[in-house]
Design a binder for this molecule. Structure first.
Ligand SMILES: *[C@@H]1O[C@H](CO)[C@@H](O)[C@H](O)[C@H]1NC(C)=O
Length: 293
């Protein structure tokens, strides 16, 4: 190398390092069915034992960031067996809390808990202050991703559909205001299906600029049409990844941080009771891996 180029060497090496700095993370979203058994017997088996087993499955070291919904009255059992170093404090059981929590291997900041502007009584949605949370998680080399966890209005009546559209529009607005130009991962229980016309899921995707890796990786890049037949999953273990549930993961790159979805899958088998083989929740968790660069 010519001597006059030597001073440039550190700069060249620094550039190579930046290019080399992609990190892979695995995320999971799960509705843990933690409503008091007396109100809602959703799921099978004993809710306390199921919650201890869910925490044990969370602690297997495979999940960098976990979003839970319906984490109400059995919250302490999940946190007793889970081992993630960074976790949100519960906002309370029914009827005080939102049931939303985050468990993470990486530190978070700017936690916000926001209540929905609109709820519809049909499925007890107004019984608890459901809504969404947002936070910034800082990964290796200071790379920041804004995470949104949500639990939208449930039910099949027109009022439920209107509430869900309003809920998701509220999240899209928060993303536009709080996370402009920033990398974003949204995951939670949307209570929405692409095929259910009243959910207008495509409106949310357009408004927030996010991508659904399930659509990219398992639906050939084309979201199922609104009003098409539901793509129901086999219960309790989906036969493959082409069927649709309401638990979803979306993402978007930012100006400085690029996210790419490497994989997406239902993760039913790790969340069964080891003795009875019954599912630990009435929702199948969804898992994805991303590279962050
Ligand atoms: C599974 O369910 C049974 C029966 O409810 C319970 O005794 C057991 O502790 C649960 N968990 C495991 C890991 O077997």
């Amino acid at each position: 190398m010519a001597n006059f180029l030597l001073p440039l060497l550190p700069i060249v090496l620094a550039c190579l390092q930046v290019v080399d700095a992609a990190q892979t993370i695995t995320v999971l979203t799960m509705n843990v069915a933690g409503l008091p058994a007396a109100i809602n017997g959703n799921g099978e088996g004993d809710k306390k034992q199921n919650s201890l087993d869910i925490g044990t499955a969370f602690a297997n070291g495979k999940f960098d960031v976990i979003h839970v919904q319906e984490d109400f009255n059995y919250h302490a059992y999940i946190y007793r067996t889970d081992t993630h170093p960074y976790r949100t404090a519960t906002s309370g059981g029914v009827p005080i809390g939102s049931g939303l929590n985050t468990l993470s291997n990486f530190a978070f900041s700017n936690l916000q808990r926001i209540k929905w502007d609109k709820c519809y009584l049909n499925e007890g949605d107004c019984l608890t202050p459901k809504g969404f949370t947002s936070m910034t998680i800082t990964f290796d080399q200071g790379k920041e991703v804004d995470f949104y966890n949500l639990h939208a209005d449930a039910g099949d009546e027109d009022g439920d559909g209107e509430a869900r559209v309003s809920n998701l529009a509220q999240v899209a607005k928060a993303i536009a205001t709080t996370s402009a130009d920033r990398a974003v991962i949204v995951m939670g229980d949307t209570n929405c299906r692409y095929t259910r016309a009243m959910d207008k899921l495509s409106d949310f995707i357009t408004a927030s600029g996010v991508t659904d890796p399930w659509v990219t990786l398992y639906r050939g890049g084309l979201a199922p049409a609104q009003g098409a037949d539901p793509l129901l999953c086999a219960d309790p273990i989906p036969a493959d990844n082409t069927c649709e549930t309401v638990d979803k993961i979306f993402y978007r790159s930012g100006t400085d941080v690029k996210l790419s979805a490497l994989s997406w899958t239902y993760d039913a088998s790790e969340f069964l009771n080891k003795t009875t083989g019954k599912p630990l929740s009435d929702h199948v968790p969804v898992k994805a891996t991303f590279s962050i660069a």
